[in-house]
Design a protein around this ligand. Sequence first.
Ligand code: URA
Length: 209
Amino acid sequence: MAKVHVFDHPLIQHKLTFIRDVNTGTKEFRELVDEVATLMAFEITRELPLQEVDVETPVCMAKSNVLAGKKLGIVPILRAGIGMVDGILKLIPAARVGHVGLFRDPETLQPHEYFVKLPSDVSERELIVVDPMLATGGTAVEAVNSLKKRGAKHIKFMCLIAAPEGVKVFTDAHPDVDVYIAALDEKLNDHGYIVPGLGDAGDRLFGTK
Ligand code: URA
């Protein structure tokens, strides 16, 4: 069963308050999302495996650790996921970046992919799928389906704010994918917005309406 991790680090919680604030403008919103993504990347990489190597210091030979195992990939869900990519790359600059774009069929309301571009060695990478909001869960489920269809095997999902409804839909569909969030909010409203949430993450990041 998937694990759901809520990052309660005080810096993440502090910055999230200003991200939620309706009076925070586009520039500051973008900067804060970037900063929180960096802090979340620090937490999400906490359990990466290490391997011991020999290193020559100015004083003597020593045993020390470097990252071992799989290479990383970041996959933002278009478009709001893009706002979290640079913040993660600050800590993991060699990560590859794939993209998944989905649209909602106006009749069936089901998400369908319109753009998928991934690193060629996707099956060997540890992927972090990012989207600021996990609302109904439909888009996140379909995005991970798109990755699995193309061979991805090791996936984590990271978002700023999740609704309980979305967490259930997502973890039921992908019990092998752990979820990392900064806040688990109260509910979805009738328009599919997370309450209290932060409004439309894409519009607030890119200054659109
Ligand atoms: N997407 C958003 O940007 N905000 C929500 O509250 C729900 C989905």
